[in-house]
Ligand binder design. Structure first.
Ligand SMILES: Cc1ncc(COP(=O)(O)O)c(C=O)c1O
Length: 427
């Protein structure tokens, strides 16, 4: 047995499924997860001392590359001054001002520790602000694991949802309507039927949790128009897309000003930091100013803020997003050509430093499309690449991430490796 196997067996005895977040268990691709020992730049090393080119990037945060020396130095410096105070710090103001500068729809910000907290509270805030209960989400979008968001579509098209997880009372999801992503007609129908009861609509403005799925222009424009017309809060969940698809997030690419935005991943630079923010009028409903309650012992933790601030500084340097976008494009174009050469049905897409790989004849528009793609082909590709020391997220439903540490040469190296894998798949 190698060390990954030994550790996985040991972990399974003491940690449910051997992991602290389910996708890490390799359940949907089979095999034994790599236990990571260290990471640097574009690479991670597992406990067998095997080095991998990493396209997981801690599921998004590692945009400047792992263990960036400037980020580490900022964290070291912060740590020397104490790990947590439970009292306000100047760093929290600076990062809030920085976020508001980069994302102009955000007039006020509250820091929390995880994306789940950010979206859960944004929903509560939207409900508190509007005095309404019902919310709309889209099939295939993931917004963390709070009760009212762990929901699947109801029996009819416009009936409210059912829990998608055991342990969630049906009463908690009966106010959540689940619609199909990119389906404008369905959205219009839902607002025609229940528009004045809808507290908010929450969406991933580029979806990364059913692989990468782009919204159509008419979908996002209709969303903005209908929410405005009906007094519903539009929540852009930019936990994944924020500072990832562009410096100003997905909203800057859409030209849309949402009412609330949730953020995470990149803003913590690899530390537990997330945020929600938006219109002052809505944000002032949160305690201690308003009646909507939210709190957190480690909210705005000084180490997380230091890592986040340094990361936000690095991503604003000249050419950062131009390079990131070009390299991500280089990767997906190289894969597409390699697949074509070998007659493997494959398409790919990218936006900023985020990409999607699909074993299908067209890029998916919604969850149904994605579910109809060839998941077995993905598994072959995944394991073929992993055996050749290139790591992707262990599920066909996850987007991939490129960092500033992925040089054009490293991307070329990855493409060369992929040719061998596509060749084997064609056999
Ligand atoms: C779009 C989106 N929202 C929310 C979350 C939840 O964030 P966290 O895992 O930090 O709780 C995720 C996590 O992947 C996400 O991708």
């Amino acid at each position: 047995m190698n060390r990954n196997e030994i550790l996985f067996n040991r972990a399974k005895a003491i940690i449910p499924g051997g992991v602290n977040s389910p996708v890490r268990a390799f359940g949907s691709v089979g095999g034994v997860p790599c236990f990571i020992k260290k990471a640097q730049g574009a690479y991670v090393w597992d406990e067998n001392d095997t080095r991998y080119i990493d396209y997981v990037g801690s599921w998004g945060p590692a945009i400047v590359g792992h263990a960036h020396p400037e980020v580490l130095e900022a964290v070291r410096e912060a740590a020397a001054g104490g790990l947590s105070f439970g009292a306000p710090t100047e760093g929290e103001i600076i990062i809030a001002e920085e976020i508001a500068k980069l994302v102009p729809s955000v007039e006020q910000v509250r820091l929390v520790s995880s994306g789940t907290e950010a979206t859960m509270t944004a929903i509560r805030l939207a409900r508190g602000y509007t005095g309404r209960d019902k919310i709309i989400k889209f099939e295939g979008c993931y917004h963390g694991h709070s009760d009212s968001l762990l929901v699947k579509a109801g029996s009819g098209l416009l009936t409210f949802g059912n829990p998608s997880s055991a342990g969630v009372p049906a009463d908690f999801t009966k106010h959540t309507l689940v619609l199909e992503y990119n389906n404008v007609a369905q959205l219009e129908e839902a607002f025609a039927q229940s528009g004045n009861d809808i507290a908010c609509v929450i969406l991933e403005p580029f979806v990364g949790n059913m692989n990468l799925v782009r919204p159509s222009e008419s979908f996002v424009n209709t969303l903005r128009t209908l929410t405005e017309q009906h007094g519903a809060v539009l929540v852009y969940d930019e936990v994944m897309t924020g500072f990832r698809v562009a410096l100003g997030g997905a909203q800057s690419l859409h030209g849309i000003k949402p009412d609330l935005t949730t953020m995470g991943k990149v803003i913590g630079g690899g530390m537990p930091l997330a945020a929600f923010g938006g219109k002052r009028e809505i944000m002032e409903c949160i305690s201690p100013l308003g009646g909507v309650y939210q709190a957190g012992t480690l909210s705005g933790n000084p180490l997380a803020v230091a890592a986040g601030l340094k990361t936000l500084e690095i991503i604003q340097r000249d050419g950062f997003y131009e390079n990131l976008t070009a390299r991500t494009g280089q990767l997906v174009q190289g894969f597409t050509a390699a697949a074509q050469e070998n007659g493997v049905q494959f398409t790919a897409d990218s936006v900023g430093g985020m990409f999607g790989l699909y074993f299908a004849d067209h890029t998916p528009q919604n969850y149904g499309d994605m579910a109809r793609s060839n998941i077995d082909a993905f598994k072959h590709f995944f394991h073929g690449m992993l055996e050749r020391n290139v790591a992707f997220g262990p599920s066909a439903y996850e987007a991939g991430f490129v960092s500033a540490a992925h040089t054009p040469e490293l991307i070329d190296e990855t493409i060369v490796i992929s040719r061998e894998v596509f060749q084997n798949m064609a056999k």
